[in-house]
Design a protein around this ligand. Structure first.
Ligand code: ADP
Length: 401
C-alpha cells in the first residue's frame, strides 16, 4: 500500500511517501518558499541521496506538481506511474467540533473545512490548497484528512470551556480545541506499546516540546485535557509564542502601545516566548549555549520554560487523579537532556524519578529514562505524525488492518 502524506504550510509543503506493508519510506522532502523568490524542492530518496530542484513555484498546486513529478521521474523517482499511489493523507490543523477522527475527503468535508477557515485562518487555507491540488492533478486517488484537533474531542466539557458568557461559545465556537493531537496520540500509544500496557488502563501525560509546545493529559486512552486552546497560543512557553498570559496584561499592552488586534497577535505569536524573553533566539540550543556562557536572560528563559511544563504536569496529575507514564517528545523533548532533567526536578513527590545517567545519553530515540523503581515511567518517544497520518489514511480507505 503506497500512501503519500502531505503537510501544507503557508509557504511550504512537506511530504513523505510510504510503502506501509513493507514499513518503508520510499521518499520524502519539502517544497519551500512557495510564491517567493528562490523557491525550491528538496527531495530525499530512500537511499538517503538528496536532490534539489529550483524553480518558479508560484503556488501550492505547482508545488504538488513538482512533488508528483519527482516521485514518478525515471531518474529520481520510486514509482513508474502516479497510479501506483493508493491514497493521499493530509495533515489538517483544525477540524472544529465536527471531526472527532480522520475522514475520507468528500465534497461535503471540503465545504465544512472551508467553514473552519475562520477558526484557523493561518493553517486551514494552505491545508485546503493541498487537497484541491491533489483533486485537480490526480482526481481518482482517495484523500483523507487527519486533524490536529481530533484526538482532543474526548475532552469533557468542563475542561474545554472557557469561563466567558456561554452565548459566545454557542455563537462563535469559542472553546479549547487543542492541537498536536496526532503527535500526542502517536507517542502515548507508542509509549504503552513499549511498556507492554493497555492504554485503556493507564494515565499518561505527554509533553510535545518543539517550536510549538503543548502538554496533554490522556486518561485511559483518551485526551481529557490539553494546554493549547482556541488557538495554538495558549499554554506552555514556546519558541516565539507567549503561552498563558493574563488577558488584562494583553489589553493593557494594546492600550499603552496603541496597537490593534493584528499587531497584538503578531506580538504574542511571533515576538514572545523564548525569543521575547532572551531577545536572542527562539532556538533552545542557542539559548542553552548562551546560558552556559552566563547570559542571565537565557538562564531565566530556560527556568521559565521548564517551570511552566512542570506546573502543567502537576495540574494534569491532579486532574486525572494520578499519573503512570510521562512522555517527552518534539525536538526539545527528544533531544534536550537538560530540559527533561529541569522539568522532572523535584517531582519525586509525584513518583517521578529519572535516572540522570540514562537521561544523559538519550537523544532522539525511544527509551525509558526513569529509575527502575520509579512509580511513574518517564519516557522519550520521538514523534511520528506522518506515520500516524499514513496509517489512518490506509485504515480509512482500505479498512483497518
Ligand atoms: P517544530 O515544532 O517546528 O516541528 P521541532 O520539533 O523540530 O520543531 O523542535 C525545534 C526545537 O528543538 C528547537 O528549539 C531546537 O533547538 C530543539 N532541538 C532540536 N535538536 C536539538 C538537540 N539536539 N538538542 C536540544 N534541542 C534540540
Amino acid at each position: 500500500m503506497k500512501i503519500l502524506v502531505i503537510n501544507c504550510g503557508s509557504s511550504s509543503i512537506k511530504y513523505q511517501f510510504y510503502s506501509l506493508g513493507e514499513s518503508r519510506i520510499l521518499a520524502k522532502g519539502i517544497v519551500e518558499k512557495i510564491g517567493m523568490k528562490g523557491s525550491f524542492l528538496k527531495h530525499e530518496k530512500e537511499s538517503g541521496q538528496k536532490v534539489l530542484f529550483e524553480g518558479e513555484i508560484l503556488d501550492h498546486k505547482i508545488g504538488i506538481e513538482y512533488i508528483l513529478g519527482v516521485l514518478s521521474s525515471v531518474k529520481h523517482g520510486c514509482i513508474s506511474s502516479l497510479d501506483e499511489i493508493n491514497a493521499v493523507g493530509h495533515r489538517v490543523v483544525h477540524g472544529g467540533e465536527e471531526f472527532s477522527e480522520s475522514v475520507l475527503i468528500t465534497d461535503e468535508v471540503v465545504q465544512t473545512l472551508e467553514k473552519f477557515i475562520e477558526l484557523a485562518p493561518l493553517h486551514n487555507p494552505p491545508n485546503l490548497k493541498g487537497i484541491y491540488a491533489i483533486k485537480a492533478l490526480i482526481p481518482e486517488i482517495p484523500q483523507v484528512a487527519v486533524f490536529d484537533t481530533a484526538f482532543h474531542h474526548t475532552m469533557p466539557q468542563h475542561a474545554f470551556m472557557y469561563a466567558i458568557p456561554y452565548a459566545l461559545y454557542k455563537k462563535y465556537g469559542i472553546r479549547r480545541y487543542g492541537f498536536h493531537g496526532t503527535s500526542h496520540r502517536y507517542v502515548s500509544n507508542r509509549a504503552c506499546e513499549i511498556l507492554g500496557v493497555d492504554p485503556t488502563t493507564v494515565k499518561v501525560i505527554t509533553c510535545h516540546l518543539g517550536n510549538g509546545a503543548s502538554a496533554c493529559a490522556i486518561k485511559y486512552g483518551e485526551s481529557v485535557d490539553t494546554s493549547m486552546g482556541f488557538t495554538p497560543l495558549e499554554g506552555l512557553i514556546m519558541g516565539t509564542r507567549s503561552g498563558d498570559i493574563d488577558m488584562g496584561a494583553v489589553s493593557y499592552i494594546m492600550d499603552k502601545e496603541k496597537i490593534g488586534t493584528k499587531s497584538a497577535s503578531v506580538l504574542f505569536n511571533k515576538h514572545s516566548g523564548l525569543l521575547g524573553i532572551t531577545g536572542i533566539s527562539s532556538d533552545s540550543r542557542e539559548i542553552r549555549a548562551a546560558a552556559d556562557k552566563g547570559d542571565e536572560r537565557c538562564l531565566l528563559a530556560i527556568r521559565m520554560f521548564d517551570y511552566r511544563i512542570k506546573k502543567y504536569i502537576g495540574a494534569y496529575a491532579a486532574g486525572m487523579g494520578g499519573v503512570d507514564v510521562l512522555v517527552f517528545t518534539g525536538g526539545i523533548g527528544e533531544n534536550s537532556v537538560s530540559t527533561r532533567a529541569g522539568v522532572c526536578e523535584d517531582l519525586e513527590f509525584l513518583g517521578v524519578e529519572i535516572d540522570s545517567q540514562i537521561n544523559e545519553g538519550v537523544r532522539g530515540e525511544e527509551r525509558i529514562i526513569s529509575k527502575e523503581g520509579s512509580k511513574v515511567k518517564v519516557m522519550v518517544v520521538p514523534t511520528n505524525e506522518e506515520l500516524m497520518i499514513a496509517i489512518d489514511t490506509q485504515n480509512i480507505v482500505y479498512g483497518k488492518k
